[in-house]
Design a protein around this ligand. Structure first.
Ligand SMILES: Cc1ncc(C[n+]2csc(CCOP(=O)(O)OP(=O)(O)O)c2C)c(N)n1
Length: 320
């Protein structure tokens, strides 16, 4: 792992820790029966948004999917707004009516979460078109899975974004499974990144567990987008540790693959790197962990202490 500046490394670590602890807390609360929702864990994928978002401005746009709480936390959506949203409380990011599939938080640039696979890409392309027309220098990052790269909207979006040289970065978080289907069983080519050449844009495949690699790819893509040179496709190779959704034990994943992925768990590896490279002592990292743990404790409290959405409010603010 090449060494970035210490402050950047620590920012990435802080975001990864928040994502990991938040995920574990959601699973604990659901397992204890205190909260019920469809939940798509991104444990194992935290390095990708953490390493990209340190390069983004708060008004840059983000579009993500149901497995996107990690993306939103990294971009800056306060944990308490996410907890209240998922718990169906009035104080949530979308007044408790968006739930896990439809969080938006424009104040931090998080414009859309979608449950329809691939549907975020054309919307991200549209946001990038609006930025280009306004000349506001914003970039749009859109995250999606490997399965989404087989949807028509992926190809339509890459094509138009390239024709119009739009400031959008397509980030495929390739966790090797689309629901229960292995990548090779549903995708006719070896890599998603290779598809970029059909649309005349750079396509880079990176180790999504390596903060330096993700950071470097994102930096080049952001500079290209802000410089008016158009889109980039980044394929970040990763793995999800908790099945497709809560309750899916992932029995379709071969033991060996699972074991190798766990050995490459980005979180402990990055923490050990920070200590070995003397970026921070174990004590300093523990202190940071403790502060994040308290922040999350407050977020959980905030959610549970907030009123549930009233049935009479259910149709307000809803456009369909
Ligand atoms: C258009 C569409 N087709 C099918 C589904 C059902 N579905 C939900 S998640 C999923 C798997 C998507 O996998 P991938 O894009 O790799 O993302 P991941 O869940 O691995 O992050 C499918 C097929 C859907 N939500 N939308």
């Amino acid at each position: 792992m090449v060494k970035l500046e210490n402050s950047i490394l620590l920012s990435i670590y802080e975001k990864m820790t928040r994502i990991k602890m938040n995920d574990e807390r959601f699973i604990a609360e659901m397992s204890a029966g205190r909260i019920t929702m469809p939940y798509y864990s991104a444990r194992g994928q935290e390095c990708i948004p953490a390493s990209i978002s340190v390069l983004l401005n708060s008004d840059d746009y983000l579009v993500t999917i149901y497995r996107g709480i990690h993306d939103m936390l990294a971009k800056g959506v306060p944990a308490k707004l996410i907890w209240a949203e998922l718990a169906g409380r009035e104080t949530g990011a979308c007044k408790g009516k968006g739930g896990p599939m439809h969080i938006t938080h424009p104040a931090t640039g998080c414009m859309l979460t979608t449950g329809i696979v691939g549907a975020g890409l054309p919307i991200a392309t549209g946001l990038a078109l609006s930025s280009k027309m306004r000349g506001d220098q914003r970039v749009t990052v859109t995250n999606f899975g490997d399965g989404a790269s087989n949807i028509g909207a992926f190809h339509e979006s890459l094509n138009l974004a390239s024709v119009w040289k739009l400031p959008v970065i397509f980030v495929c978080q390739n966790n090797r499974y689309a629901e229960h289907t292995n990548f090779a069983k549903g995708t006719a080519c070896d890599s998603v990144a290779s598809r970029a050449s059909s649309y005349n844009m750079p396509g880079v495949q990176v180790d999504g567990n390596d903060p330096q690699a993700v950071y470097a790819a994102a930096k080049a893509a952001i500079e290209r987008a802000r410089g008016g040179d158009g889109p980039t496709l980044i394929e970040a190779m990763t793995f999800r540790f908790n099945g497709h959704t809560m309750g899916d034990a992932g029995g379709y994943i071969p033991e060996e693959e699972y074991k190798t992925a766990k050995e490459n768990d980005p979180y402990p590896i990055f923490r050990a790197f920070l200590e070995e490279a003397s970026v921070a002592t174990a004590e300093a990292l523990n202190e940071l962990d403790e502060a994040i743990s308290l922040e999350l404790e407050e977020a959980v409290r905030f959610a549970y202490d907030s009123p549930l959405v009233d049935a009479s409010d259910v149709l307000k603010d809803v456009f369909a």
